[in-house]
Design a protein around this ligand. Structure first.
Ligand code: MN
Ligand code: MN
Length: 402
């Protein structure tokens, strides 16, 4: 959107108001009359301003790709006395068929109950610190402390827990490789105990049935507990071997795999984090910078916006292209091999996560495609000078310089 058309939009919005939906044709968007762009209302100006491209796309936009953006700020929050969680799944974000997201807060001492689930769990700590535990199918154990910028990955079926540490616990996002997953339907240790006869439990553990007299209570899910002792003390509780591939990884501490004046990209996939079957990238873009035009051949992309203001263009073929604006706590979704770019249109550093259901990170760059096939061939398509094409980079430029 040019400065002119943005002003025109704002002026039109102020004069008339915004309608529920608009499909703007590529040819005529700039030429619509004031009458055609008017909306006598009712309208909610604050709501409409969150993603102004729903009302009027860029002149190059066309068609309706559905809802490519949701926000944790706009979904039901499930509270307990100890903490909370909220989720964006295929039920409230229909495009997110292959991944579901959860945003969870565990203040100091708060525990996400020992549990497991069918899909794998990928997580990124956005605030504070916590302690995570797990045991794998070989009875090999895992206990670690994670801090802001770290991630963890628990394979499907591996039982685990999370607890907020001092001074103020943690907040994090979880991504599951199934859009239909719900945080409300995990397998809880208390739930199983509560529905198994005490005599069976006694037999199973080789202890008197009275051992479980105080165990009967409802599901804990998120509950308060005393802060744990030192990590060393928790590790000393078992003499079983440690898992061969640790489930935590300090993504934020990694040297970026790509850095330019426009920003940086850090990647965690099975190459440097062998435990994972879900690849991810942490992208930082300076004001005015852009994540280049690209697509991902192996997986859909689930995005979480941490800071800054972004504008993403999504190209879906058959003339369809939509533009979407993102703010902190927003979730974005781009299906596999669908072309897109992400611009920082704000004044602050844009930081966001890209999460995938493939073990390996992969993207294909429009620029490197064009510049690694014969230039005459490309020129015949796009009518760009061969001399100009030869000056373009042949390698990928994940974040183009400002
Ligand atoms: Mn879990
Ligand atoms: Mn991408």
């Amino acid at each position: 959107m040019t400065l002119y058309s943005r002003r025109k939009l704002l002026a039109t919005g102020a004069a008339g108001g915004l309608a529920a939906a608009a499909v703007v044709s590529a040819a005529a968007a700039e030429d619509y009359s004031a009458a055609a762009m008017s909306d006598p209302g009712p309208r909610d100006a604050a709501e409409a301003a969150i993603n102004p491209y729903e009302w009027q796309g860029l002149p190059t936009d066309h068609g309706n790709l559905g809802t490519l953006r949701h926000s944790f700020s706009q979904v039901h929050n499930r509270h307990t006395d100890a903490g909370w969680a909220r989720e964006v799944t295929v039920r409230n974000f229909p495009i997110s068929k292959n991944m579901a997201g959860v945003n969870m807060r565990l203040p100091a001492g708060a525990v996400r109950e020992l549990h497991w689930h069918v899909p794998a769990e990928w997580a990124f700590v956005t605030y504070g610190s916590g302690r995570i535990t797990a045991v794998d199918s070989g009875a090999q154990r895992f206990v670690a402390d994670v801090k802001v910028g770290d991630l963890w990955f628990f394979p499907g079926g591996v039982p685990h827990s999370i607890q907020g540490l001092g001074p103020d616990g943690c907040e994090f996002v979880l991504v599951f490789n199934d859009g239909n997953f719900s945080e409300d339907s995990t397998f809880l240790i208390t739930d199983w105990f509560n529905h198994t006869p005490k005599q069976v439990l006694a037999e199973n553990f080789g202890v008197p049935a009275a051992t479980f007299d105080k165990t009967d209570r409802k599901d804990l899910w998120i509950f308060s507990a005393p802060l744990p002792g030192s990590l060393d003390a928790d590790l000393a509780e078992s003499s079983q071997p440690f898992v061969p591939n640790p489930y935590a990884f300090p993504l934020g501490d990694q040297t970026p795999v790509f850095q330019s004046a426009g920003g940086s990209v850090r990647i965690a996939d099975s190459t440097n984090f062998p435990a994972t079957t879900m690849a991810a990238a942490l992208v930082e873009i300076a004001p005015g910078g852009m994540r280049e035009l690209h697509w991902h051949p192996l997986s859909d992309e689930w995005q979480y916006y941490i800071s800054g203001t972004a504008r993403m263009g999504v190209f879906h073929g058959e003339g369809r292209n939509n533009t979407v604006e993102f703010h902190p706590s927003d979730v974005g979704y781009v299906p596999q091999s669908i072309g897109h770019y992400v611009q920082n249109i704000g004044k602050d550093t844009l930081r966001f996560l890209e999460v995938f259901t493939s073990a390996k990170y992969a993207d294909i760059s429009l620029a490197s495609w064009m510049n690694n096939v014969p230039h005459e061939l490309v020129s015949a398509h796009l009518n760009i000078d061969v001399a100009t094409l030869r000056k373009m980079a042949q390698s990928k430029t994940p974040v183009v310089p400002v």
